[in-house]
Write a protein that binds this ligand. Structure first.
Ligand SMILES: [Zn+2]
Length: 719
């Protein structure tokens, strides 16, 4: 299901150009303007085939003709997170960036380069896939790239490159799908942290570079320092005490020099490099402190340098999209790529910021840059001359007209459906908290899409409140979250997320009447929302109104079997009702949807044991033990199960691990003595004696009755 940006009318599965767009749709969406734009389905398919299969046509010059040497270059891609175009380079204000400037002097510096999305993961996905989010379907952090979308590392590896990546933020962790094609993907972060400093990332990359190889290398290094919070190391902390954001950029620039020097020294063959920002930072421009919610230059305009074979040094002012990094890298590897930045043909650049739409139902936002004109569609169209007015202070929409193709590109841009763009339910607690620590918290509910929804640019006063409220809610600090959520709902009365979070916060604090009032409000905002049913059912379960909760939860689970909170709630109700068979089946479903913790697996083992199922219980306990052997506390249970299964050596090992401090240590000694007899161990008599000596009320009686411990009148008879 897709919509068009120009209106909020839901369109049919087929949009106007005949291209079916579904979540994860892989048609190479391109704006309907500029040169050589295909029209109709057949042309689009051919165009796409060119992008992915690399079957060049006559009009796309062969790489050799464009200057690729017979030996393919080793390629260094450096992505600079959260780096504004005006914070780095020879024209930067308030900062010197000598490493970046030196590279700029050797290559082409694009003065009008644009991210596709002002957020880390989707922007990087565009650089690695060569397409806009309308095609790769990753519109926000915390989502995953489809395993079928072609990625540049995979293509380069197939073309004979050694491939390695070193990233510095949890937002680019392996699980989100960008590791595909990299033989080495180092996403190691310091314990308990969601990011690492460029110095540490550079150290790891340099260690990798010291391994000799005859193959050309594709090395991607991602630096995250300028991302909030701004805490530059010395000497930059002191030098930039008034502008710590720039201090982070300066610290990163220093590491860039180390990295480039090592790469040039160690990599095989000629050298090519791309240095590019993934998005900028608001720093208060247009009311935005950070990034992700708006499409202004502060967050969309990024630094970009391309240098290497076939690139004539200089400065280019034609707008380009950073998704062309993909095409440029393939071009150097000898794979024909029509959008390579080595031939910077003009294009109509497109960008999007769908987060406020997907999370709160505010207006979807699309932008184009065509020459010096930038247009933003978000409820209405704004037009700026970014050459004369880079601050975008004068909206020209009243008296300036665009080439007719530009409004069409804005309106035809496919808007994703909030329902299919939800974060996966199975994002585990660690992932959720790591993303939250970086300021990325998803809404709890699919928003109500409505006409007349607020424009994000008119809601800037709420960005900070929403971020704080989300952080407090995820940290379960409900009492502190409630006043902030109240402010959001007052300013944006149709905000389903705020209403449901308020209801849930009140419910968690036992404010029954307030919770019910908020659930009614949420239902009024979005009468058909399945989310309201889920959260109301969770509230009823929390307040032990199981009779009412169960049918609601069952309906949700029947409708969407992977709706994790509902399955979990139903499981725990069944457990409390003593319906253990059902509880266990539901728990197993939960753990198939997300990774269980050690304690959860141990709990599952206990339930299975209670049902008398030896093998599944052993399996659950062993999985719990494998997760963290040092903190596993169910060795006694495991010993009993192995004994029951007549796996005596496993029983012996498990019982040997039971510590003396265990409250049922006498039982462990008794069982261990049994195992000793069954294994015919030489010290079995001593073990029986010890079990007797340490016996408690329970085991004393069991030991007295234990036939294995009776002295045999004839030792031969027990054969
Ligand atoms: Zn980023």
């Amino acid at each position: 299901m897709s919509r068009k940006a120009g209106s909020l009318q839901t369109t049919d599965r087929r949009s106007a150009d005949g291209l079916e767009r579904t979540a994860g749709g892989r048609q190479g969406w391109e704006p309907g303007v500029g040169s050589r734009k295909p029209h109709g389905l057949a042309a689009a398919v051919v165009y796409w085939a060119m992008l992915v299969a690399g079957c060049g046509t006559a009009e796309h010059t062969s790489p050799q003709a464009a200057g690729t040497p017979a030996v393919r270059p080793s390629i260094l891609l450096v992505t600079l997170d959260t780096t504004r175009a005006d914070s780095i380079g020879p024209e930067a204000i308030g900062i010197q960036t000598p490493s970046f400037n030196a590279l700029a002097a050797r290559g082409v510096r694009f003065r009008q380069a644009y991210a596709t999305v002002p957020e880390t993961l989707p922007s990087h996905v565009s650089m690695m896939t060569g397409v806009y989010p309308a095609s790769h379907a990753v519109h926000e952090n915390g989502r995953s790239l489809s395993a079928t979308q072609p990625v540049v590392a995979d293509r380069l590896r197939q073309a004979g490159y050694r491939t390695a990546a070193f990233v510095s933020s949890f937002t680019l962790a392996r699980r989100f799908g960008l590791a595909r094609g990299f033989e080495t993907y180092d996403d190691t972060l310091p314990a308990g942290a969601a990011e690492r400093a460029s110095r540490d990332t550079t150290d790891s990359a340099l260690a990798y570079l010291s391994q000799p190889s005859a193959q050309p290398l594709f090395l991607w290094v991602h630096y995250f320092d300028p991302h909030y919070p701004y805490t530059p190391p010395e000497p930059f902390r002191s030098q930039f005490s008034k502008t710590p954001y720039l201090g982070e950029v300066a610290a990163m620039d220093a590491q860039l020099a180390r990295l480039v020097a090592a790469f040039e020294q160690r990599a095989q063959g000629p050298i090519a490099m791309v240095i590019v920002g993934d998005h900028g930072e608001g720093l208060g421009d247009h009311g935005e402190a950070l990034h992700g919610n708006l499409l202004y230059q502060s967050t969309m305009h990024v630094p970009l340098i391309v240098l290497g074979p076939g690139v004539t040094p200089g400065v280019r002012d034609a707008p380009v999209s950073t998704r062309r990094v993909f095409h440029t890298l393939l071009d150097w590897a000898g794979v024909p790529a029509p959008l390579s930045l080595r031939r910077a043909e003009p294009e109509v650049v497109v960008g999007e910021a769908m987060k406020p739409f997907l999370e709160y139902g505010w207006q979807p936002q699309v932008m184009t840059v065509d020459g010096r004109h930038k247009s933003i569609l978000a409820g209405r169209v704004e037009i700026y001359d970014v050459s004369a007015d880079p601050a975008e202070a004068r909206d020209l929409s009243a008296n300036d007209s665009l080439r007719p193709a530009v409004p069409r590109a804005l309106r035809d841009y496919p808007v994703p459906s909030p329902a299919t763009s939800r974060p996966p339910e199975n994002l585990d607690e660690h992932a959720r908290r790591s993303l939250a620590s970086l300021g990325y918290v998803s809404a709890t509910a699919t928003p109500e899409v409505r006409k007349g929804a607020p424009r994000p640019a008119d809601m800037v006063a709420l960005f900070d409140v929403i971020e704080k409220a989300s952080g407090l809610f995820v940290a379960e600090e409900y009492a502190r979250a409630i006043p902030l959520l109240g402010r959001i709902l007052a300013a944006d009365p149709f905000n389903l997320d705020a209403a449901l979070r308020l209801a849930t916060a009140h419910s968690s604090l036992g404010h029954e009447a307030k919770a019910i009032e908020m659930f009614k409000k949420a239902a009024a905002i979005s009468p058909k929302s399945p989310d309201v049913g889920v959260y109301l059912a969770l509230h009823l379960a929390r307040s032990r109104q199981w009779e009412q909760a169960v049918p609601l939860l069952e309906a949700v689970v029947a409708e969407s079997p992977d709706r994790l909170p509902a399955v979990e709630a139903l499981a725990s109700i069944r457990e409390r009702q003593g319906r253990m068979d059902e509880a266990v089946a539901l728990r197993r479903r939960v753990y198939a949807l997300r990774a269980p913790t050690r304690a959860e697996l141990a709990g599952l083992g206990e339930l299975e044991m209670g049902l008398g199922r030896t093998a599944p219980a052993m399996d659950a306990f062993e999985r719990a033990r494998a997760l963290d052997p040092g903190r596993f506390t169910h060795d006694l249970e495991l010993g009993l199960l192995y004994l029951d299964a007549r796996q005596f050596t496993e029983a012996r090992d498990a019982l040997d691990r039971v510590p003396q401090s265990h409250p049922e240590f006498p039982m462990a000694l008794f069982k261990r003595a049994q195992v000793s007899v069954l294994l015919n161990e030489p010290d079995r008599a001593a073990r029986i004696a010890r079990a007797r000596q340490r016996a408690d009320a329970t085991t004393r009686e069991l030991i007295a009755r234990e036939k294995l411990f009776q002295p045999s009148p004839n030792p031969e008879s027990r054969r």
